[in-house]
Design a binder for this molecule. Structure first.
Ligand SMILES: [Mg+2]
Length: 124
């Protein structure tokens, strides 16, 4: 089943990789390369899932997530943090910041489709 997923990531190589994998698996993908653009696009298309990079120039992912979660119109959007901080305890930090889940980079390309499926189905 096709689902609309928004990828917000300033690293264009990562962005293309994730987009290509999820497109191959039948998802409808929208992309933004920065936090501000991502927030605007999220409001416009109301995706079922957002993959949000944390470290971005301009508006970072934590700020963008806070804006979307703080607005009643977008507060129910599911937002997954994309981060290269692969440290113990980071998951709690991101969940405290309003994210619904956490995906560490580098992306595991074999596991990504199943992880996405679980989030779309409402699991962790
Ligand atoms: Mg980045």
């Amino acid at each position: 089943m096709s689902r609309k997923i928004l990828i917000i990531e300033d690293n264009l190589t990562n962005l293309a990789l994730i987009r290509d994998i999820l497109t191959f698996h039948g998802h409808e993908i929208a992309v933004a390369s920065g936090g501000q653009e991502g927030v605007s696009l999220a409001r416009e298309i109301m995706p079922e899932l957002i993959l949000m990079d944390i470290q971005m120039p301009g508006m970072d992912g934590i700020t963008a997530c806070g804006i979307l979660k703080g607005d009643p119109a977008t507060s129910r959007l599911k937002i997954i943090a994309l981060t290269s901080f692969a440290m113990e305890g980071d998951q709690d930090k991101f969940l405290k910041n309003g994210f619904d889940g956490y995906l560490s980079k580098p992306i595991n390309t074999r596991e990504l489709p199943d992880q996405i499926k679980r989030w779309l189905e409402g699991g962790e």
